[in-house]
Design a binder for this molecule. Structure first.
Ligand SMILES: NC(=O)c1ccc[n+]([C@@H]2O[C@H](COP(=O)([O-])OP(=O)(O)OC[C@H]3O[C@@H](n4cnc5c(N)ncnc54)[C@H](O)[C@@H]3O)[C@@H](O)[C@H]2O)c1
Length: 314
């Protein structure tokens, strides 16, 4: 219960509770009579976790060549899988070579291949885009999915952490977008670029200030690149996920738990969508990305689409 007041903000608060209201609502400071009176105000039925839905797969991306960064991670891997199932040839790029090879092997498709990429290094990005273009013939889409997160006291975030986070999450995404856009313009491709931002980029999280700021930058970059690339009919959007059950969220739970003295599994279990009553699955974010890469999304331009199960109202 003490975690509830910031759950609407997608991250649990420090313990002890973050507001007087929270303290009031804690059942351990109420008599059982008071607690049952407060409980009796609910007009809603019990809310169980909503099941993950199946979806029908169409060949929406037949013949397209798409580069996915962060493709060895949870959301990137699910996205690469989905795009391949929808007919795309996919270049999977990531810094972790072994995990990348495993992701490609798991797909078992001749149309999927790995490219080692370090987004903190512009030369590596240029080489990766060139390799993807050479193998795919042309690039119709880019998914900027790779990122790193660091949790730290907001007044003690190191220069090195700021630099690392911004290099990978923002500068790297810009460099990849720039080079892929030029490739599309040169080839006359009416493509799409989708970046994975975060609800943190809209709300900002106190304990991951630099990460939140990098995602806010990504949202702003999306807006500007959309306008810049519109004359070439290259559509640019981003998605803002909430708590997705991936290694990153587990890493967040450990780091955050250490900061506030809470158990990682307790933190992890709190990072759920209030409407879904569960974590978001990577495939669900992948479906939103797939939509934004497609022709059905041409009137959605420069947007930061919430993919957080309903918790962010703007
Ligand atoms: N999991 C969540 O709850 C959540 C919520 C909001 C936004 N996001 C965003 O979703 C995206 C995917 O995250 P995920 O949850 O799948 O995490 P993940 O950690 O599973 O995947 C991130 C991937 O990025 C790769 N990467 C890190 N540094 C790199 C570098 N220098 N060069 C190339 N690749 C690098 C990692 O190796 C990893 O495979 C990220 O942009 C993340 O910020 C995740």
């Amino acid at each position: 219960m003490a975690l509830r007041c910031r759950l609407s903000n997608q991250r649990p608060s420090r313990l002890p509770p973050c507001s007087a209201l929270d303290a009031l609502l804690r059942s351990d400071v109420l008599s059982s009579d008071q607690a049952s009176i407060i409980g009796s105000f609910s007009t809603r039925p019990p809310h169980r976790p909503l099941p993950v839905r199946d979806s029908v797969r169409f060949k929406a991306h037949e013949g397209k060549g798409i580069l996915v960064t962060g493709a060895a991670g949870g959301i990137g891997r699910a996205t690469a899988h989905l795009l391949a199932a929808e007919g795309a040839r996919v270049a999977l790029a990531d810094i972790r070579s072994d995990a990348l090879d495993a992701a490609v092997a798991e797909m078992g498709s001749a149309d999927a291949f790995p490219i080692r990429l370090d987004l903190a290094d512009p030369a590596s990005i240029a080489a990766a885009v060139e390799a993807a273009e050479a193998r795919l013939g042309r690039l119709n889409g880019l998914v900027n999915c790779a990122a790193v997160v660091v949790h730290a006291d907001p007044l003690d975030t190191s220069w090195a952490d700021w630099e690392r986070i911004f290099r990978i999450n923002l500068f790297g995404a810009y460099e990849a977008s720039r080079l892929v856009a030029k490739s599309m313009i040169g080839a006359g491709v009416r493509g799409a670029i989708v970046s994975v931002a975060s609800e943190a980029g809209k709300k900002g999280h106190v304990d991951s200030l630099a990460y939140s700021a990098s995602k806010a930058g990504l949202i702003n970059m999306t807006r500007v690149l959309s306008a810049v690339l519109a004359p070439h009919d290259i559509n640019v959007n981003c998605v803002c996920p909430g708590g997705v059950a991936t290694d990153m969220l587990r890493e967040v739970s450990v780091a955050y738990g250490r900061l506030v003295g809470a158990r990682p599994d307790e933190v992890f279990s709190q990072l759920i969508s209030s409407q879904l009553q569960r974590h978001i699955e990577p495939i669900e974010v992948a479906r939103t990305i797939s939509f934004l890469l497609g022709d059905g999304a041409v009137i959605v331009r420069g947007q930061a689409i919430n993919a957080d199960g309903g918790d962010t109202p703007y």
